[in-house]
Design a protein around this ligand. Structure first.
Ligand code: ADP
Ligand code: ADP
Length: 218
């Protein structure tokens, strides 16, 4: 059963911009798919449709209705809240008991290597650490589908490479599926089991390539 599916989706915005043309994408359980293509080809629009932030002009978007984890290029942390308080926010908003939220926050912070930084504020952390907080926050509600909108694009190359390593080992232990938008073909090939290539104006899928030596998934 697919975790998410776009069926012949086209997107024409109110100002007439034809962003997507007849896009079909199927994400299966435990698949980690990258989406590459030039700036403006519609990658973010695909993610926004899957997250339910947008409705397609034509075609259908199907998801399981479960929680979606969304990781943006900007970590979008609340600067006045501690790391722990930023991470527990989604749990608070969905009414998870405080004790459960605390336990889970400890667990997800450990998984991204940030144990001991619970009381820091975002401004006291490096860019790489802020991105780890953002990933930890997205893990809190245990999503089955993770959407990444070029999360490492603003980081220096060494940090980026390290986060790629960490993300791939994180996914090895997690039963969820991911769609990862990036400008970097090496990053896409490193992280994913399949790479989708888009062309622009309007956005179309022009290639769908399995990565033969992608890291093994359970
Ligand atoms: P990418 O993520 O690949 O850079 P986007 O999905 O952000 O591309 O945008 C695809 C195209 O749709 C671009 O031409 C962009 O300018 C346009 N676009 C995105 N959102 C809107 C909007 N709300 N209204 C009009 N045009 C939009
Ligand atoms: P970068 O973003 O440059 O890759 P990392 O996020 O990998 O940096 O952090 C490298 C290590 O440096 C962290 O594991 C942490 O121990 C330490 N570190 C970085 N920033 C801070 C900070 N503000 N306070 C304490 N330790 C820090």
């Amino acid at each position: 059963v697919p975790v998410a599916r776009l069926r012949s989706v086209s997107m024409v915005f109110a100002d007439g911009t034809h962003a997507l043309d007849d896009i079909s994408i199927e994400l299966r359980q435990s698949e980690f798919v990258s989406l590459v293509g030039p700036s403006g080809c519609g990658k973010s629009t695909v993610l926004r449709l899957l997250a339910g932030f947008e409705v397609p002009s034509t075609g259908a978007v199907e998801t399981t209705g479960d929680t979606v984890g969304y990781v943006f290029q900007e970590p979008t942390l609340l600067p006045w809240r501690t790391v722990a308080a930023n991470v527990t926010l989604p749990a608070q908003l969905t009414g998870l008991p405080a004790a459960t939220a605390r336990d889970r926050a400890g667990d997800v912070l450990r998984r991204v290597g940030l144990t001991g930084f619970e009381r820091h504020r975002p401004g006291q952390l490096s860019g790489g650490m802020r991105m780890r907080v953002s990933i930890a926050r997205a893990l809190m509600l245990r999503p089955r589908l993770f959407l990444f909108d070029e999360p490492f694009g603003a980081l220096d190359e060494i940090t980026r490479e390290r986060l790629n390593e960490e993300l791939s080992s994180l996914f090895l232990t997690e039963p969820f599926s991911g769609l990862f938008v990036t400008h970097s073909v090496p990053e896409a090939v490193f992280l994913s089991t399949r790479v989708l290539v888009m062309s622009a104006r309007p956005g179309r899928i022009v290639a769908d390539v399995a990565v033969p030596f992608g890291w093994p998934r359970a």
